[in-house]
Design a protein around this ligand. Structure first.
Ligand code: SIN
Length: 478
């Protein structure tokens, strides 16, 4: 499969004529190649999006919504092919790929519905002859930079609210998963959006695209999912042109199990949260805190269930954990385990690279972990669950909050008063209470502190693509 650039409603060769390969992380085999877009290509895409903006933003919300619902139906029609390319290029088990696609497509449906609810306000004036109105308008051309861990959902979570708001968009997918974006844009082509509304620049040199987004005055908003380090760079540099930004950055989720929890449900929750996508999720459990009195029971149950997980190629039926995205990811898991063990942690299961072809790391449980270990300070983005014990609610909340990140957090309890107390005190944008899977299109997803700015999904997700305009009007007497 060879992917081209999509600019102004046409598939185009990259200006420098170069392509880059993409690989299946389970086998190391080449999946295909994608156009290696350059800065010049981005400039043409931004120009096309600028030309399309007046057309798209002047269409009615219902007209925009109809095209978005067409995307939704066509994605459902091509569901299995899309799921397969997701697994082949990204590695996750096929059933997880299907789950991601359902989630990805739900953004089209939700934001198609939300397009009609971009309401304004009237505000009481100070005098009889004035009328004060507030209207909401699209911000303009959007530059979107997405990531490889959810190559469909992270793209649609940006495109759908932008389209609903009336913005046009240039998308740069991750270099590990460009063919997923190409597959999605094939669907957009069939839907027949006005040329220039949606543009795709695949590239192996992300910085060229980023630089053009940052310096081209036609780009009025940058929406990014990725590391906190890159997010900070984009925030700093976008200040030069005071662009709007939405940043969905790194997390370091605490997962707290109180003694009064349903322990079996909590064990399943850790497994669902930590090992989904082989731990390559910004919202996955990164620090598991277990109340001391249930430590032994919890650990035994967790190890028993983790030992039943099956590593393998995502296309093989029965695989529950796929490969990591690249060698760097395997190295990071190795480094975190080695550092923890050197400081006193015990490996309860797993702990090393799997002895098989491909970039696999064994699902791993570490016990007797503490906050001096690297694994408690940075995201692992791999299938390693570090366990710690705690003695009181106050103590565990302080420890859970004592990181610069604030994306997702989880806790398990059956005590209603504790449910409120702890939810309110956790300094995180998302709280999963007895729930390891909080992400849905209709709820706001995003973090506080160094985990980001803005929200994707929910009614908040569309607000991030709108400007507020205030109109003060004098009216004349008859
Ligand atoms: C992520 O945090 O990596 C996205 C996962 C999700 O939306 O659930």
């Amino acid at each position: 499969m060879r992917g081209l650039l999509y600019i102004n409603g046409k598939w185009e060769e990259p200006s420098r004529g170069a392509y880059f390969p993409t690989y299946n992380p389970a086998t190391g085999e080449q999946v295909g190649e994608a156009a290696d877009g350059s800065r010049e290509d981005v400039q043409r895409a931004v120009e096309a999006a600028s030309q399309a903006f007046p057309v798209w933003s002047h269409m009615t919300a219902l007209e925009r919504a109809d095209l978005m619902m067409d995307c939704y139906h066509r994605i459902n029609e091509e569901f299995e092919q899309l799921a397969e390319i997701l697994t082949v290029e990204q590695g996750k088990p096929l059933q997880e790929a299907r789950n991601e696609l359902v989630y990805a497509n739900s953004f089209f449906r939700w934001f198609a519905e939300e397009a009609r609810r971009i309401y304004g306000d009237t505000v009481p004036a100070n005098s009889q002859d004035k009328r004060l109105l507030v209207i909401r308008q699209p911000v303009g051309v959007v530059g979107a930079i997405s990531t490889w861990n959810f190559p469909q959902a992270m793209v649609t979570r940006k495109i759908a609210p932008a389209l609903a708001a009336g913005c046009t968009i240039v998308v740069k997918p991750a270099k590990h998963t460009p063919l997923n974006a190409v597959a999605l844009f094939n669907i957009f082509e069939k839907v027949g959006f006005p040329p220039g509304v949606l543009n795709l620049i695949t590239t192996s040199t992300s910085s060229e695209v980023g630089d053009e987004f940052l310096t081209n005055p036609a780009i009025r908003k940058i929406t990014f999912t990725g590391s906190t380090e890159v997010g900070k760079y984009l925030i700093k540099r976008s200040a030069d042109q005071v662009k709007k930004v939405s940043m969905e950055l790194g997390g370091h989720a605490p997962f707290i199990v109180f003694a009064d929890a349903d322990l079996e449900d909590a064990v399943n929750g850790v497994i669902g949260s930590k090992f989904r996508n082989a731990g390559q999720t910004c919202i996955c459990a990164n620090r598991v805190y277990v109340e001391r009195s249930v430590k032994e029971t919890f650990e035994a149950l967790l190890v028993e269930k983790v030992n039943q997980l099956k590593l393998g190629d995502g296309l093989d039926p029965g695989t529950s954990i796929g490969p990591l995205i690249d060698e760097g990811a395997v190295e990071k898991s190795k480094e975190h385990v080695a550092d923890a063990v050197s400081k006193g942690a015990k490996v309860l299961t797993g702990g090393k690279r799997a002895e098989r072809k491909g970039q696999f790391f064994e699902p791993t449980i570490l016990s007797d972990v503490n906050e001096n270990m690297l694994i408690c300070q940075e995201e692992t983005f791999g299938p390693v669950a570090p366990l710690m014990v705690f003695d009181s609610e106050e103590e565990v909340i302080a420890r859970a909050n004592n990181v610069p990140y604030g994306l997702a957090s989880y806790f398990y309890t059956k005590d209603l008063s504790r449910a409120f107390r702890v939810s309110e005190k956790l300094q995180y944008g998302i709280v999963g209470l007895n729930d390891p899977f909080p992400s849905v299109a209709q709820a706001p997803f995003g973090g506080v502190k160094e985990s980001g700015i803005g929200r994707e999904g929910g009614k908040e997700g569309i607000a991030d693509f709108l400007e507020t305009k205030y109109i003060s009007m004098k009216i004349y007497s008859e």
